[in-house]
Design a protein around this ligand. Structure first.
Ligand code: ASP
Length: 308
């Protein structure tokens, strides 16, 4: 079964084939009458807040002619409140839908769900763990905007410890050649060691820098993240971490004309709105790439060798 649980297990070929298929999906999306997944149902089970991920997965399914059932606040409004385990919920929903898109607050929840599911499970984020579909759309964004996925210096800025999108992005980009990560994180939210080891074992370079202006001057991609307030054990640590790295017009001035700024969004002050006017601000375009990429993922998970 074609689950998507982690970006760690994706090969370069897997990533390139999602990119290829998503390029095709950009055209399919324009047709507005595709029936590729007609009669199929996607369940969106969201135990944590979401705007982009849930709505773009739902849009992707609808654009493919499929249907959607959705619970956007499963932590409060599903039987989880009555004590139902995630495993039981997945067994039940698998009888209603052909594919389950799951966001959960616990690391490892997507893997647990997949282990009992009779239909494909696509992770839409598991706590501070991973966000594989975001990494695929981020990699697609880089391919579209810069025309390549090799030979990149990528600045990773902000909450590199709890920011799950960064974790998955390191897994995807490390599959490519000549990748250099330049990390700028507050001291309370450093990049976890296992990710540094993963990237270096695959030949990427991981460097650390505290001066954001210096990072900005060197990168092809400046990947900014939100300090993940909801994951902190202490409010003091959160307060000490936020606002340290803000991309504003002075940072833009340091950036190469050919570089881009990305952010998985939502932002909470770490990119000023004045930056939005600059063509290098790619973060809203990045959100739109989510639809064709998730169309590609849904098609892939629901396609067998015999066809859709
Ligand atoms: N939307 C992204 C996520 O769900 C990033 C964030 O929330 O800061 O991980």
């Amino acid at each position: 079964m074609k689950h998507l649980i982690s970006a760690k297990s994706l090969t370069k070929q897997d990533i390139l084939s999602v990119i290829d298929r998503a390029l095709h999906m950009q055209n399919v999306q324009k047709e507005r009458n595709t029936r590729l997944l007609e009669g199929r149902i996607m369940a969106a089970l969201f135990f944590e807040p979401s705007t982009r991920t849930r709505l773009s997965f739902e849009t992707a399914m609808l654009r493919l002619g499929g249907n959607v059932i959705s619970t956007e606040n499963a932590k409060e409004f599903s039987s989880a409140v009555k004590g139902e385990t995630l495993e039981d919920t997945i067994r039940v929903v698998g009888g209603y839908a052909d594919v389950i898109v799951l966001r959960h607050n616990e690391i490892g929840a997507a893997a647990r769900a997949a282990s009992v599911s009779e239909v494909p499970v696509l992770s839409a984020g598991d706590g501070a763990g991973e966000h594989p579909s975001q990494a695929l759309l981020d990699t697609f964004t880089i391919a579209k905007e810069l025309g390549r996925t090799d030979d990149l210096t990528v600045g990773l800025v902000g909450d590199l410890m709890y920011g799950r999108t960064v974790h998955s992005l390191i897994y995807t980009l490390s599959q490519f050649s000549n990748i250099r990560f330049l990390c700028a994180a507050p001291s309370h939210t450093p990049l976890p060691d296992d990710l540094i080891k993963f990237a270096t074992a695959r030949g990427a370079t991981v460097e650390f820098e505290t001066n954001l202006a210096k990072v900005a001057g060197e990168v092809d991609v400046l990947y900014q993240t939100r300090i993940q307030k909801e994951r902190f054990q202490s409010l003091e640590e959160y307060e000490a971490s936020k606002g340290l790295y803000v991309i504003d017009e002075s940072i833009l001035e340091k950036m190469k004309p050919s570089s881009i700024i990305m952010h998985p969004l939502p932002r909470a002050g770490e990119i000023t709105t004045a930056v939005d006017r600059d063509t290098r601000a790619a973060y809203f375009r990045q959100t739109h790439y989510g639809v064709p990429v998730r169309m590609a993922l849904l098609l892939d998970s629901l396609t067998t060798d015999e066809g859709v």
